[in-house]
Design a protein around this ligand. Sequence first.
Ligand code: C2E
Ligand code: CA
Ligand code: CA
Length: 591
Amino acid sequence: IKDNLKRLIPAVDRELREAAVRRDREKAEEALEKSTQTLEAVVQSSPLAIIVIDPIGNVQMWNPAAEQIFGWSAQEVLGHPLPIVPGEKKPEFGPNRERGPQDKKFVNLERRHKRKDGVLIDTSLSTALLCDHQGEISGVMWIIADITERKRSEATINHMAFYDALTDLPNRTLLRDRLQQAMLIASYGSQSVGLFLIDLDRFREINDTLGHHRGDALLQQIGPRLRDALQASDIIARLGGDEFAVLLPQVDVEQATLVAGQIRKALEKPFLVEGIPIVIEASIGIAFSPDHGENPDSLIQHADIAMYVAKEHKTGYTLYSSEVDKHSPRRLALLGELRDAIDLDHLFLHYQPKIHLWTRRIIGVEALVRWQHPQYGVIPPDQFITVAEHSGLIKPLTLWVVQTALHQCNIWLQEGRQLRVAVNLSARNLEDPQLPDQISELLDASGVAASSLELEITESALMVNPAHAMEALTRLGNMGIQLSIDDFGTGYSSLGYLKRLPVNQIKIDKSFVKEMATDESDAMIVRSTIELTHNLGLKVVAEGVESLEVLEKLAALNCDAAQGYYISRPVPPSELNVWFNETAALKGWNL
Ligand code: C2E
Ligand code: CA
Ligand code: CA
């Protein structure tokens, strides 16, 4: 038995070892089977097209996603050469943003391909080389994602950055870019680029009387009209509002004059908006590079000045020249310097007090901006506010005024004088959706309560865009800021509209107040305005009070408060201190 057993041991041993090998192999096979299944599942269910091509170029693998993305079934392509045809080069959006090959390793290479049905699709392609166990290349695997949707939304976003949403014309950003390019090209050939700034006359009136949607419809017709009058290489842009620009890549003065005539002619024919014929006129300012500007901004600025002159003198169009600049109101030439003035603190504020007529209390001050110009001396606001409004500088200007006025308000508070400070807003400010938040930040930073800030908005500013005005005023009012309607009586706002506005008071325009002591009809207007305003539950301030007589008359009419030269001119804070201590004390006006 022992011997037999001895003989058996190697056999058993072998048996056992073989069994172990068998088990390992089975396990390995099982594992292989499993991973093949997993791989198969991945390939089958992947949203990415997975394609394997053998070294001769025939398709070896073509998964369902590939069928879906490209339209050919596996049956049609397996064992055949790849059917995918690359499409043409993609158009690029925006200024010169050519995209170079991003990665030489062919990872996420973006391409455009043609599907079986001919439709072009955008794809992102990654490739991997497949090798057999001897290291020989056995094929290449392509993994392809369909990124058509993503590309489409990218293109939309790009488009939005460079094209105006209402008219689909290039916007200011794209115009500047094209100008830069055209100026560079023209400079090589010693040629001129012509820039036309076109502003519609009295568009605001059209908007106000016919409504905004009709105004918008009119603006949409301007581009096509201009297009008809111009050459294909000319660029038409909308800079905002009723302002358009035309860029002529190569012109001389004579041609430009001709084109200006053509543009005016093209706009002459009435526009039909919902069956209503609308006649408009336009003022055109023209500037040439390099004579009138060596960079896009200065060219735009000079065309803008020329446009102003055309508008003021009703000449239709005006060519920029240094003469034009000299003879145009000085404010036009100041355009370029205003930005620096804000940054360099060349602006300063005067304050004019308002007094309550019954309590004789000083209820607050109005902040009025001035510009200390290094050459021209002090420039009054009438000469640069419109310029600021037209150039987009009104926003930094207004924020500067709010910040400075709040700072001064805080100083008075420290000195024990609680004064509400009023700042003027312009129509453009109301269109700026960021303004309420920015004012809120300035309030927070200043430590002044919102109720100590008042904003004055002219009646006409409210009517430029009533919807925007309503929204902005509601947000500002909700913050606790006091709101007044300025220059009341000079606009045409309806009572119904005023009633819905979240305002606290109105200021009767000085043109009615100044002469009310002698002019009966002015006195009538003031009287009825006071009554009407009180009926709406609002307070009334009369501005432009230049005499004691007017002051007493206002008190008799039950006016709440007054402001004017008789009380005090607008003065710097130091002088206001003297006024508090002397004039006001003498007259019994106190805090
Ligand atoms: P406004 O808001 O109607 O300001 C009152 C103007 O009337 C001030 O002129 C003031 O000096 C003047 N005034 C005050 N009392 C009397 C008076 O008794 N008689 C007469 N005849 N005039 C009086 P100012 O400072 O030259 O400002 C002119 C306009 O400039 C302001 O008219 C306002 O619309 C605008 N403005 C001033 N500062 C700013 C500002 O910071 N932002 C904006 N957007 N506009 C401002
Ligand atoms: Ca005012
Ligand atoms: Ca006013």
